[in-house]
Design a protein around this ligand. Sequence first.
Ligand SMILES: [Zn+2]
Length: 358
Amino acid sequence: MICKEVEIEFVTPAIVSTRVSDRGYVAPSSYIAATTVRGALLSSLLYHGYVDEELVAKEAERPSVIASPAYPLSGEGKRALPATLLHIRCKVCKEVRIPQDFRITAEGIEGAETLCRNGHPAVESPHPKPVYLSGEKGMEDANVSCESPINVGMSRYRASAAGKMLYIYEAISPKSRFWFRVVSLEDVEVPSQQTLWLGRGITRGFGEARMRVRSEISFEGLAERMRDASREGRELLFYSLSPIARVDGDKYCGYPSRVDLYRLSAKRRGGELRIRNIYGRPIDVSLGWSITREREGERPNLFSVAPMGSLVVASPHETSPEDLAMLFLAGTVEDVLGSPITGLNMLGPAELALGENL
Ligand SMILES: [Zn+2]
């Protein structure tokens, strides 16, 4: 198994939008969805000859190359993570509170603050937007720099601007950087450097990015660190790097009461994570296209699901440290309308998951 942390830097503007208006794509996303990252990675591996069409077709049925969502990476190489509900900032004195030690009680999470240290109740929480959690200020918004090229449709006959054809794209600026994790279960090679194309309009030159491996992650080392967390029935605070949902065909639940570990991407023993509470503001998630069936209309959305940055009180049952390590790195594979979808339920113990590095 190969586990790597990867960074990408855009070379051209990238259209990774959250909304489509009648004039074009607007509201660029502050992160790149896991399905988009995985699709781009597989396309690039195919383009560069690391995999063949057959393998890509197999990936659509049984995913073995799994990517996390991509979050911003600062100029100094700091990784942004989705903020939790407990990361707050005072609107008056700008003081930041970052929960240092969470404790779980029967009532919920102890240590959750609703006032700033100076007693102001006017606090804002960036949750679930990505933030940088280190540095002098303790927490900084991970803003993605954007630009809005305006495109004019040209008339083929008059060789000048065509009427009513004005398109606006809000695009992520070149030089913007993001990081993500990739797991390759069957040792499909992930080269140390490669070109990727992400988002829309790639045939017109948008979304070209250079990818570079930042570090290798030791799966065995990670599993070892999960030993304590995997103690039978022990309630623990988990943090989710991805949206949370349990999906079965055309039904789904965005605040599930358990995560089945038999749904892990690798063949593992199973067990489950029983969930008592999920703390996160609901979001809508677009799951992107299937790699092999890339047709309009096959783009399922999940509405009101627990977001990335959710805190989850849960206890493991009949599960192993290896299973929890796999859940953290690759999440589960859910069945969406008969197709396997990755990039959901990437849960890890909060203390570990919110730390700097693996
Ligand atoms: Zn204050």
